[in-house]
Design a protein around this ligand. Structure first.
Ligand SMILES: NC(=O)c1ccc[n+]([C@@H]2O[C@H](COP(=O)([O-])OP(=O)(O)OC[C@H]3O[C@@H](n4cnc5c(N)ncnc54)[C@H](OP(=O)(O)O)[C@@H]3O)[C@@H](O)[C@H]2O)c1
Length: 245
């Protein structure tokens, strides 16, 4: 029996992954900061009614402790973890001029929150379990105007490879998926405020378009599956060629 946790599974990439895992027969736990985003997801996809949703802010350690206490008490184990939750980037703009509190906020939400969750996950995992960290092309290359987000994703990349090696003896695989620009609510909201942005971004992508959330879920599903059973410490880049340009 597969017990899966997808953090931030109420929208975008996370929601696509939750749908895949439910379709595969896994028992799925997910979380978000607001109950409303889950209620909205349930209206769209009523078949997700068996998913266990918890209202959790991944940057609040006591919330995360409660989430894992729930998983431990209910299932005693975790076999799949997809570390995906991430808020809109708080620290956009030239690094030199940023209020440092904004940079700290991004480091907390896009790296330390995942690191704290990873500790809990590994303690609940046994042989055959698998972790996917949702990184970004920004974790592989410089990103002007998003320096701390890029740094946090680079840190997640380093953590992925190190934990992969540390966990080999336990039979746990740890990999990352690095999406390029992906048409999720995060981008939809930005483009609503700045409509010309969509075409500008598309022109930067060699394939000329955003990824769909389903295309990112395809890569995550592959890395979770037995088809990837000899793969650990790898980052699968899914970016339409963006990081090559
Ligand atoms: N979209 C892209 O172009 C892109 C590109 C590269 C990498 N990525 C990465 O892909 C992942 C998913 O991105 P997305 O675009 O699908 O994001 P999204 O549409 O903004 O969805 C983010 C999800 O995370 C939840 N969330 C945010 N902060 C949270 C927190 N502190 N605790 C718990 N839940 C939280 C949100 O729900 P609530 O708001 O209700 O909390 C929502 O369910 C992120 O790690 C992102 O960095 C995205």
């Amino acid at each position: 029996m597969q017990i899966a946790l997808v953090t931030g599974g109420t929208k975008g990439i996370g929601l696509s992954v939750v749908r895949r895992l439910v379709a595969s027969g896994a028992t799925v736990v997910t979380c978000s900061r607001t109950k409303e985003s889950w209620q909205h997801a349930l209206q769209q996809y009523p078949e997700l009614d068996k998913v266990l949703h918890k209202t959790v802010d991944m940057t609040v350690q006591s919330d995360v402790d409660e989430l894992f206490y729930f998983i431990q008490q209910t299932f005693s184990k975790l076999t799949i973890a997809v570390n995906n939750a991430s808020p809109a980037i708080a620290s956009l703009g030239k690094f030199r001029d940023l209020p440092f509190s904004k940079a700290t906020q991004t480091l907390n939400s896009d790296f330390l929150a995942h690191a704290y969750s990873l500790q809990h996950e590994l303690k609940l995992m046994e042989k055959g379990s698998v972790i996917i960290n949702v990184s970004s092309v920004n974790g592989l290359r410089p990103t002007p105007n998003a320096a701390m987000y890029s740094a946090a994703k680079h840190a997640l990349e380093g953590m992925t490879r190190t934990l992969a090696l540390e966990s080999v003896a336990e039979g746990i695989r740890v990999n990352a998926v690095a999406p390029g620009v992906t048409w999720s609510p995060r981008w939809q909201e930005r483009v609503e405020a700045e409509p010309e942005l969509k075409v500008q971004v598309e022109q930067e992508v060699p394939m000329g378009r955003f990824a769909s959330c389903e295309e990112i879920a395809d890569a995550i599903e592959f890395l979770i599956s037995d088809k990837a059973k000899y793969i650990t410490g790898h980052t699968l880049v899914v970016d339409g060629g963006l990081s090559l340009a």
